[in-house]
Design a protein around this ligand. Sequence first.
Ligand SMILES: C[S@@+](CC[C@H](N)C(=O)[O-])C[C@H]1O[C@@H](n2cnc3c(N)ncnc32)[C@H](O)[C@@H]1O
Length: 332
Amino acid sequence: MNFDAINWDSLERLRANFLGGVAGAKDYWQSETDLVDYDATFAQRIGWKWDYVLAELKQRGWSPTAGKLLDWGCGSGVAGRAFLDHFGVSTINELGLWDRSLLAMKFASMRARERFAGLNITTHDHDAVKGPSAPATILISHVLNELTPEQTEALADFAAEATSVLWVEPGTYEASLTLIAIRERLRERMNIIAPCTHGDRCGILEPGNERHWCHHFASPPPDIFTNADWSRFANELEIDLRDLPLSFLVMDKRPNTPPAEGATRVIGHPRLYKAHALMLGCDRCGVRERRLMKRHHPEVFKSLKKGWNDNLQTWRCKDDEIMEIKPLFQSP
Ligand SMILES: C[S@@+](CC[C@H](N)C(=O)[O-])C[C@H]1O[C@@H](n2cnc3c(N)ncnc32)[C@H](O)[C@@H]1O
């Protein structure tokens, strides 16, 4: 899309709504143009977060169960499209779109029809938090900020009726802690697939870990950094294009193979010093900062400096030091 046609004031208004925590108060989609502009900009960035999550699911060997896919709170529909781009349409017999905004559902449906000819696409026209009936897979993206705690709990319980739940939110402290609360609420009903390497109580909830939150960083496609439209977007809205923090949660009712001994997820960015790096690692024993010595692992240290983003690792540690480190999944 040509960014010359974008109404920057509308995007600014939408963004002020999202950041101000008032977006839940009433429907803010005022016209189809709002959705067109959102879809070309903010939604693309959300799509790159979905790409990160979906790539990890593929790495973990996860694939969707057959049946209906529901994009709850679909907005312009980027989550559903990203999912179908990654996993294809062959196992999906219906894409359901639900949003309190009729305008949003119509737009998302139009965009999905353009992309996935022949796919059965349905929208729902009633306004209730429970929304439509239980799907096989439910996608939830960037809605927490707009829901009351009661609506969030009702949504989590509704989501747990599906076989699989994929939930992506901004990587803020509040969103992460809410996703952790949802994880705890549903942990006995569903298996935890990601981002965790275990299904026990979340280690962030342990005393001493109050300052931490479970967040990760997606990478935008490199060509946006030399693209005039995206640099205009960055200037107009004062957004750092490199910054794509997310929190996410994937749960599934199907049996899940437990990850190997020592499986660890690195949370947030490693902190680099002259002779060592500190990494916040999460494994079934808890969430704990560990030290990686440059002199023992020069290659790993070098790749950390280059912005390494391989967050799933196998570690062998002695006290607080990482003695052995290797990727949990080898690249094909
Ligand atoms: C920030 S947008 C995110 C849209 C889309 N999921 C995405 O990731 O781009 C939040 C969406 O949630 C919808 N929404 C907010 N409260 C809702 C509710 N109670 N029921 C259904 N949809 C809701 C809004 O209309 C909006 O489309």
